[in-house]
Ligand binder design. Structure first.
Ligand code: SF4
Length: 227
């Protein structure tokens, strides 16, 4: 359908927009890392290892994979004693499972050997592990460490740019703009809200603008067709 829903826009109000989205996403599954924390896997190690598994893998696949791994090996010490082959068995069919298995075993070995089994809440330490970028480090810091950090994945990037709230070419650039524009009280929550919103409403192709609860605030930047 051609976009014909551009009239009667209101000034963008981040509080109203996020409030409406908070209500909207109640009907959808929680973002994977938050769900994992709610299921009892809320330590920095659990969150970071699960985030490694989640890279380029749908939540529906990566979340059960992480839980399979942690049920067999709930601590860094236990994971470090698994063979790469065993980790592969547990985390597939997540994408790049072999590389991820090596990275998770490396993470577990170093956390056990260098940090006494407790991954520190430290961005530099977290991003020193293979397979860990700023998104995973910030998500872990936000969920497991209580830190105020913004984790920008492809959904947060796409949605905030479509709103016109951000104009940035990449998730990392979006994160820097959000750090200036987004009230700190939303820094952790924005990922929890916009991941399910981006998966179910403001989808990559053909977003559901006609039933979107924030249509009147959204500039629909780059949207050429919608449902
Ligand atoms: S679904 Fe459409 S109206 Fe809603 S946030 Fe996305 S682009 Fe904007």
């Amino acid at each position: 359908m051609a976009v014909n829903l551009r009239t009667e826009k209101r000034p963008f109000n981040i509080h109203t927009v996020l409030g409406r989205i908070r209500l909207e996403v109640k009907q959808f599954a929680d973002a994977a890392m938050f769900d994992l924390a709610d299921q009892g896997y809320a330590t920095p190690f659990h969150q970071l290892a699960a985030c490694i598994i989640s890279v380029r893998t749908r939540d529906e696949v990566s979340l059960p994979a992480a839980i399979r791994l942690f049920k067999v090996a709930p601590t860094p010490e236990a994971v470090s004693q698994l063979s790469v082959k065993r980790i592969v068995e547990l985390i597939r069919p997540s994408s790049f499972y072999e590389t991820k298995a090596y990275n998770i075993r490396d993470l577990a070995l170093r956390v056990a050997a260098e940090y006494g089994g407790e991954l520190p809440c430290d961005f530099e330490v977290m991003t020193s592990f293979r397979g860990v970028g700023p998104k995973c480090a910030n998500l872990t810091l936000g969920i497991a460490c209580g830190a105020t950090e913004i984790s920008v994945d492809i959904h947060v990037h796409r949605v905030t740019n479509r709103w016109g709230f951000v104009t940035a070419p990449s998730p990392e650039a979006t994160r820097r703009v959000l750090e200036e524009r987004l009230p700190r009280k939303y820094w952790v929550e924005i990922n929890r809200l916009l991941v399910p919103f981006g998966k179910h409403v403001c989808t990559g192709s053909l977003p559901k603008c006609s039933v979107c609860p924030v249509l009147e605030y959204c500039r629909q930047v780059g949207v050429t067709a919608h449902r």
